[in-house]
Ligand binder design. Structure first.
Ligand code: PGA
Length: 229
């Protein structure tokens, strides 16, 4: 497939360029089905999109948002719920009415099949090369499933929750779902992602770096100069 790498000066530019990329696709196909990453990296982009919706220049009312990953064992109103984060950062501010939550692998897989799969996957890059919570090693055909988080993911997720413990078990949309998206957007920011982005783009395609398999898709990488000097 094709890999297009766009380097921007900094995380602010990343947010604007990411919003342009996705808004263009929503305008072209208003009922776009989008896999939605949480994490720090896409937050600026989501903020830009919300501003466009508020200004009346973008309509997301027919978009379907698909949840990428979730911790297990939380009450629905737990502040650490990734569904809650996706709703606060993306679904509600963009006026999206259709959501496919990730609560049960079988139900999620059936609903996605009924929708005809993903148009677009918006992804961040884990410090260990994970996509969603497809932790290394994850093969390209790994299905939507329950996983145990690696120490690297527990450590990076700790930064999200202000002292609250990070659950050790999670559910992730499978590699099979992600790699079947018609297009993928990988957002990468900061020096701490430089080495793993290099491995994903320039190294072998290997289950040890799940993001390396994105090169099999129609991939756009949007990285700032700290991540891709
Ligand atoms: P981040 O997380 O955007 O907060 O760096 C990315 C990830 O762990 O997938």
């Amino acid at each position: 497939m094709s890999t297009h790498i766009q380097i921007v000066p900094d995380s602010l530019a990343l947010a604007g360029a990411g919003a342009d990329w996705l808004a263009h696709r929503i305008t072209r196909k208003p009922d776009l089905t989008i896999l939605v990453a949480t994490g720090q990296t896409p937050m600026g982009m989501y903020g830009h999109l919300a501003a466009r919706v508020q200004a009346g220049t973008l309509d997301c009312s027919r978009v379907t948002a698909v949840q990428l990953d979730e911790y297990m064992g939380l009450e629905p109103d737990d502040p650490r719920s990734l569904r809650g984060w996706m709703e606060r950062a993306f679904v509600f501010p963009l006026g999206i009415r259709n959501v496919v939550p990730l609560d049960d692998p079988a139900t999620f897989t059936a609903r996605l099949r009924d929708l005809g799969g993903l148009d677009v996957a918006v992804l961040g890059l884990g410090p260990n090369g994970h996509l969603g919570f497809n932790e290394p090693p994850s093969s390209p055909d790994a299905p939507t499933r329950e996983v145990t988080l690696t120490p690297e993911s527990l450590e990076s997720n700790r930064g999200y929750w202000d002292g609250l413990a990070v659950p050790t078990q999670a559910i992730t949309a499978g590699m099979d779902v992600i790699l079947a998206a018609h297009e993928t957007l990988l957002l990468v920011s900061g020096t701490h992602k430089q080495a793993i982005l290099g491995a994903a783009l320039d190294g072998p395609q290997t289950p040890d770096v799940p993001a390396s398999f994105l090169r099999r898709t129609a991939l756009t990488v949007l990285a700032d100069r700290e991540a891709r000097p």
